[in-house]
Write a protein that binds this ligand. Structure first.
Ligand SMILES: [Zn+2]
Length: 136
């Protein structure tokens, strides 16, 4: 399996995981927009046991639309968002693909929460599109 590496803007937090493919999805929900300052965030699900993180992260938790906890990990020094944990999906960490050393390694298969996409947001309409989360 191929090693995939990434890290924050200042370099204080680095991570790696092994994956043959970086199967990603993009989320256009308001929480991801506010947390990242971007029109969407693209994430790959990595088994929590298999994500190796070097350097401490700070966290911020809030409730998702379905009233479950979502915890976002970010660099305490530069603030880069690195990965997220969702109570609804235990045992998984959602790594932000833009923090990969080679973001183009990610291949997206779906867009979530297009109901809250900004009018000016870029949207790949050739992949599966959902107004919210596909499974509610
Ligand atoms: Zn940093």
């Amino acid at each position: 399996m191929t090693i995939r590496k990434g890290g924050c803007l200042c370099g204080q937090v680095k991570y790696f995981f092994h994956a043959d493919k970086v199967d990603a999805v993009s989320c256009y929900c308001r929480d991801c927009q506010r947390a990242t300052g971007s029109p969407l965030t693209t994430v790959v699900a990595v088994s929590a046991d298999h994500l190796n993180v070097e350097g401490p992260t700070n966290t911020y938790s809030n409730k998702s639309a379905s009233d479950r906890n979502v915890t976002r990990h970010f660099c305490p020094n530069c603030g880069s968002q690195l990965f997220t944990e969702a109570e609804m999906v235990p045992g998984v960490k959602f790594v932000k693909c833009s923090t990969l050393d080679h973001p183009s390694e990610a291949v997206t298969s779906a867009n979530f929460w297009l109901s809250s996409a900004a009018r000016w947001a870029p949207i790949d309409e050739k992949i599966a599109c959902f107004d919210e989360n596909p499974d509610g």
